[in-house]
Design a protein around this ligand. Structure first.
Ligand code: NAI
Ligand code: MG
Length: 489
């Protein structure tokens, strides 16, 4: 008989399984995708995008100036007025279905490029980001010819030309959240990807041509915040959709005040993850780990504040500490990797600066004992224990693999502490009592509340925040509203 007992402390051999990158071809230089073609920027400026896991140069990308944005908006306006706007909704749906199917066909290529340009583990880009991207396009393709059923008796009309500015943490998924509902509702778009992760959006531009999408319906312009500001300021834009930092979100809102342009903002978060003493602790540990270390913690809805009921604090932190050490941190192309590279040197500095404020305040912490690669941008999974409400690490978004732990005694106390934040995007509750989940969900000021799970996304489910996390919803039927004129406008 075979002996199946597992010796404690055994050294498990680890065999890397590296994803090959042959199916991806990266050009030396990319133009701007305007009116269905790649064109050089007017002022000819370019900037580099790198692989944050290796610091390897990947490509030069164009920086769009105001004149380029003007061309893109004009192309989008023409397409809206002459082609996409007048098109039968069932015809628009066909294009969206075609895009969704092409995304599925080329899923691995998109996943590998996403990982190369942004540093996220291939396990996530392959199994979460890109499948969800296709799912959002399929979902909104379904609504395109059913808007009259979605909003009965209203006959909603498209808004026109949407300017969309997205961040670097989920480059393709944020593109899908923006482009799919906009197109389904009959709008055309000018979208700007983030400066550290432009490559998959540029590959998507090629895919639009492959799908035969009429010229000018989707325009992709690259550049940094100045390009984003030029989109915001362009008088030909009818609506801005922005996902990113609260600071930039506020500046956009100020810039748009009085212009009549519509606006939705999806900003930061400081999600509360609440674990009661009756929760299945091993599952809760997995949920908490996923809540903060998924995508290196570069997640607006990350569960970055952990509230553990006082009676199980020690046991829970012990379990968390041992689980932390089993996370595989390293090469994002390794299919076994759990935690990849920090997206940029600038983001690594922001994480380090906030962690320093916690250490300077004397807060205890522990970190994974993992070895970090010598090149690239890395941060070891970190847990602060016994944090106070007033510490900056409890109040500010760190947007990295850093968890701030606090305790509570009663459900009321958990609610009060969880809601004590300028943000209101996400929360999670772990308990075996269904009635308690509903009681908590009623009182948590968060756009999404997960029960006995965390970081789950679905195209049918609206997502968005309260307070400084922004306003407007993306996903679901609600996600169509910002792109339609109706009584809600
Ligand atoms: P950011 O807000 O500067 O960048 C997001 C996007 O906005 C990028 O495409 C950027 O080029 C663009 N942008 C920058 N300035 C702009 C302006 N004045 N007008 C129009 N567009 C502009 O975010 P950043 O600096 O990359 O990250 C800083 C912090 O923001 C992070 O540490 C994190 O806390 C938060 N953040 C939150 C995100 C979320 O998903 N809610 C995503 C990215 C960052
Ligand atoms: Mg990059």
């Amino acid at each position: 008989m075979t002996d199946h007992t597992i010796e404690k402390g055994i050294e498990w051999e680890y065999a890397p399984s590296i994803q090959d990158t042959e199916m991806v071809s990266i050009a030396e230089t990319y133009g701007l995708f305007i009116n269905g073609a790649f064109v050089d920027p007017g002022e000819g400026e370019t900037f580099a995008t790198i692989n944050p896991a290796t610091e390897e140069h990947l490509a030069l990308v164009s920086a769009a100036g105001s004149a380029d944005i003007d061309l893109a908006v004009t192309a989008a306006r023409n397409a809206f007025e002459n082609v996409w706007g007048p098109m039968k909704p069932s015809e628009r749906a066909k294009y969206l279905y075609r895009i969704a199917r092409l995304l599925q066909e080329r899923a691995r290529e998109f996943a590998v490029l996403e990982t190369l340009d942004g540093g996220k583990p291939i396990k996530e880009s392959r199994d979460i980001d890109i499948p969800l991207v296709a799912a959002y396009f399929f979902y909104y393709a379904g609504w395109a010819d059913k808007l009259d059923y979605a909003f009965p008796g209203i006959e909603p009309k498209p808004v026109g030309v949407a300017g969309q500015i997205i961040p670097w943490n989920f480059p393709m998924l944020m593109l899908a959240w923006k482009i799919a509902p906009a197109l389904a509702a009959g709008n055309t778009v000018v979208l700007k990807p983030a400066e550290t992760t432009p490559l998959t959006a540029l590959l998507f531009a090629q895919l639009c041509n492959e799908a035969g999408l009429p010229d000018g319906v989707v325009n992709i312009v690259t550049g940094d915040g100045r390009t984003g500001a030029a989109i915001v300021d362009h008088p030909g834009i009818d609506k801005i959709a922005f996902t990113g930092s609260t600071g930039v979100g506020k500046s956009i809102r100020r810039a748009l005040a009085g212009t009549g342009k519509k606006l939705t903002l999806e900003l930061g978060g400081k999600g509360a993850h609440i674990v009661f003493d009756d929760a299945p602790l091993d599952q809760a540990i997995e949920g908490v780990i996923n809540g903060i270390f998924f995508n290196q913690g570069h997640v607006c809805c990350a569960g970055s504040r952990l509230f553990v009921q006082e009676s199980i604090r020690d046991e829970f932190l012990d379990k968390l500490r041992s689980r932390l050490d089993t996370l595989r941190v390293g090469n994002p192309l390794d299919k076994n990797t759990d935690v990849g590279a920090i997206n940029s040197a600038a983001q690594l500095q922001r994480i380090e600066a906030l962690v320093t404020t916690g250490r300077d305040a004397g807060v205890d912490m522990f970190q994974s004992s993992c070895e970090l690669p010598a090149k690239g941008f890395w941060y070891a999974p970190t847990v602060f224990t016994d944090v106070s409400q007033s510490h900056r690490i409890a109040q500010e978004e760190i947007f990295g693999p850093v968890l701030a732990t606090m305790t509570f005694r009663t459900p009321d106390e958990a609610i009060e502490k969880a809601n004590n934040t300028p943000y209101g995007l996400s929360a999670g509750v772990w308990t075996t009592k269904g009635s308690r989940i509903l009681w908590m969900a009623d009182r948590l000021r968060a756009g999404v509340v997960w029960a006995n799970t965390f970081n789950k996304f679905d195209p049918t489910s609206p997502f968005g925040g309260y307070k400084e996390s922004g306003f407007g919803r993306e996903g679901g039927r609600h996600g169509l509203l910002p792109y339609l004129e109706g009584p809600w406008s």
